[in-house]
Design a protein around this ligand. Sequence first.
Ligand SMILES: *Cc1c(COP(=O)(O)O)cnc(C)c1O
Ligand SMILES: [Zn+2]
Length: 424
Amino acid sequence: MSNVTGLACRECGQEYPIAPLHVCEMCFGPLEVVYDYEYIRKQLSRKVIESRPQSLWRYRELLPVNGEPSVGLHSGFTPLVKADRLAAHLGVKELYVKDDSVNHPTFSYKDRVVSVAISKAIEFGFDTVSCASTGNLANSVSAHAARAGLRCFIFIPADLEQGKIIGSTIYGPRAVGIRGNYDDVNRLCSEIADKYGWAFVNINLRPYYTEGAKTYGFEIAEQLGWKLPQHVIVPTAGGTILPKVAKAFEEMKKVGLIDDPHTPKIYTAQAAGCAPVIHALHKGTDLIVPVKPNTIAKSIAIGNPADGYYVLRAVRDSGGWGEAVTDQEIVEAIQLLAQTEGIFTEPAGGTTVAVAKKLIEQGRIPRNESIVISITGNGYKTIEAVMGHVNQPFTINARLQDFDSLYQSLAATVASPVPAAELH
Ligand SMILES: *Cc1c(COP(=O)(O)O)cnc(C)c1O
Ligand SMILES: [Zn+2]
């Protein structure tokens, strides 16, 4: 008896054993982990989960690991913040921020997928782990590999922010910057994965990797007191996290952790400079036309999303929607979240906040229902995005009279704290 029974093709259903495989030999569809939900239902209860350490492994029966997880022991269980000041600003009643900007160890949602993928790589006996990354994934793979003592190669676009680059290289991987965008990096990595036989967490370990993203959804429901929210806004890059949040909610019902029969409406958020999924959603088609990214939201700048089709499906099945926002709106939203809730996110998080604002203003999301905004990354890594948009400090000499005159010149304008209603 085991929680996992194998892999199966999402399109034709062909079954495969648990192995480092990711595409179906029959139809080239993506492979997905298959669980024995009847077995899991008997093992897992709210009480069992609540008795375990506060990490993503508290849902281990619903993750594709065998035995004890070996890395990422402190990943997950990030705060679900009741965001009352942001709610007042947006004019809604019940708003939460699921805050993976403080995930462990590398401050983004990617620590969830990497914890699972690298635990699996160790089970499979790989000695080298790797990834194609827009930045955060490389940070997480580098840190987990260092901790596990594995050899590590990361591949990133050469023009990333300094915080994202040093946030990988500090852990000592072999880091390779590619002249090109993420889609170029990914194409190269597929060739390297075939030739070198390493564990690429988001290529040949992709079926295991993506399952880690469900824990974001599990935690939202548990932290709401084993209830589902009515609306969830999720950013989309390659299309991993959004469908997995939807799957998480469904699985919790299936194994009896949630009684609540309703399905949360899920909304995808993209930057206008890279919005292939939003274009298809708004056109009413399943066909995603790749774009060339041009946005400050580099961590979600994927022009040809591997799982974009499944994002469309999850959004439509849930009755949700999606929007794209400009770089200017993203920067304003980063500041809004910081100045209302004290949470500093990167442009991906600015994107979800700005999209939530837009959907609320459009009347797509009703003002009196519960809303969760996904914050998936940390602003300290992407200082470049807000530089030039925030006030510089005043500089004075260390003399009281200098401060007195500064204070007098400011007295009219300095109010504390800034009322949310006055923020732009
Ligand atoms: C990777 C990433 C996402 C979402 O990516 P998906 O590939 O769609 O799962 C969102 N936000 C940040 C900060 C990320 O690094
Ligand atoms: Zn198939």
